[in-house]
Design a protein around this ligand. Structure first.
Ligand code: HEC
Length: 270
């Protein structure tokens, strides 16, 4: 008796709570939809080699993308969660050991302190993280008119639209439409929320020269560097898909075995 008299108000409470949460979710959803509609444009739908259950990275594209990052983006953007040795990963760009060593050695890394208590410079090693272009955020901002170039290690995961957004951003510089006032030090970009970005268009025709002879168009370089940065953000993508495939195969075989076992066990019952 006592229990029922307690359960009544509590179930009413629960219902009210559900209603409130539901209303809040609706309100929030509505608000974000309104922001999305007013502020940003849906990114281009690019077809990527890693899409689908069997998709893998395109090694040549990742190597070209690394070149674009190194020769263009690295002037402003760090990539601090990636190590030079990752460039040799089988599930990544797949550079040879010698190539990785040579790439790392091309950078001067600050190390130390040594026995005298001093920091010192030495050539980079595969175990080092990618060297950042600026010593700290303050210097990075100072060099970029007050805007901070964000670290690119996790960029394709940090933005709605992921790789599609990144590609669209890089290829989305245009003249501002008539009547659109672009602020000082800002650039018009179709895909950047609000359309005014502090980063000037970074990639132009032939910004880099590809060793494999691929024409260095704005679209090609944007696609390659986006693929490279997507690998940087998801280095285990191929391994994960492979495990998924093995698990599915195992389940299919197991289901088959169970089916025939069941048939066998019950066959003399009919
Ligand atoms: C001359 C410096 C400079 C170069 C070179 C540069 N960027 Fe930027 N980038 C910036 C700055 C500054 C911002 C911050 C813009 C802002 O917040 O308005 C930025 C922002 C970004 C963003 C974040 C956009 C967002 O949604 O917030 C991405 C992604 C990006 N850059 C990618 C790249 C890539 C890829 C390259 C190389 C192809 C590159 N950048 C080259 C300075 C640079």
């Amino acid at each position: 008796m006592r229990r029922t008299s307690f359960s009544k108000p509590s179930s009413t409470l629960r219902r009210t709570a559900f209603a409130l949460v539901g209303a809040a979710a609706l309100a929030l959803g509505g608000a974000s939809a309104a922001v999305a509609a007013g502020d940003s444009v849906a990114p281009k739908d690019v077809s990527w080699s890693w899409e689908g259950p069997f998709g893998t990275f395109d090694r040549a594209a990742l190597q070209r993308g690394f070149q674009v990052y190194k020769e263009v983006c690295a002037a402003c953007h760090s990539l601090k969660y990636v190590k030079y040795r990752n460039l040799g990963d089988a599930g990544g760009p797949g550079f040879s050991e010698a190539e990785v060593k040579a790439i790392a050695a091309g950078y001067q890394i600050t190390d130390g302190p040594n026995d005298e208590g001093d920091m010192f410079e030495r050539p980079g090693l595969p175990k080092d993280a990618f060297k950042s272009p600026f010593e700290n955020e303050q210097l990075a901002k100072l060099a970029n008119g007050g805007a901070l170039p964000p670290d690119l290690s996790l960029m394709t995961k940090a933005r709605d639209g992921g790789a599609d957004y990144l590609y669209s951003l890089l290829t989305g510089y245009e003249d501002a439409p008539a009547g659109f006032e672009v602020g000082p030090g800002l650039n018009y970009n179709v895909y950047f929320p609000g359309h005014q970005i502090a980063m000037a268009q970074p990639i132009y025709e032939d910004s880099v020269s590809y060793a494999d002879g691929t024409p260095a168009t704005v679209e090609q370089m944007s696609k390659d560097v986006t693929a490279f940065l997507h690998w940087a953000a998801e280095p285990k993508l191929e391994a994960r898909k492979q495990t998924g495939f093995m698990v599915m195969t195992f389940l299919v075989i197991l289901a088959g075995l169970l089916y025939f076992t069941q048939r066998k066990i019950w066959s003399d019952q009919h």
